[in-house]
Design a protein around this ligand. Sequence first.
Ligand SMILES: [Zn+2]
Length: 162
Amino acid sequence: MDIVVYRFSIDRMLAGLARKLLILGHDTYLRTENDTLRAFLTRALEEDRILITTSVRTYNIFKGSKRYASLKFILARSEDPHKLLEGLVGLGFNFERELVLKRCTICNYPLEEVKDHSCAEVPEYVKRKFSTLWYCRSCGRYYWPGSHYMRMLKSVERYIES
Ligand SMILES: [Zn+2]
């Protein structure tokens, strides 16, 4: 079965959910302070993203507008990321293990596997311990399966398909 990378647009009050979706490896745009409502809706429509918000006002604008008729919209009843992830699983979303931590949790950019350990930014003990690192070309961060990784993995473990 093909692994599906979902595309989400997440409203600002759901930043906790956005972070977990990024850890799960899905393409997740978090609305910024500068995004007007119109810009936020338009981006989701143009980039074929599933928009998730708790804002009834936003929902009413979406419902009342022909322009956004084809937008995929989820009105969340909670800001709790765990409740929301359970809800997404209930709606039929599958979160595959292969995608976990394959995306930068800061800038939503796919990570590249790095075997060359010449990078100066990574501590020596990490280079000795892990043969594979992941690199974000957008922000220059390196990721490795250390304790921070394991904590992130644990926080989403129960939603991953097994
Ligand atoms: Zn990054």
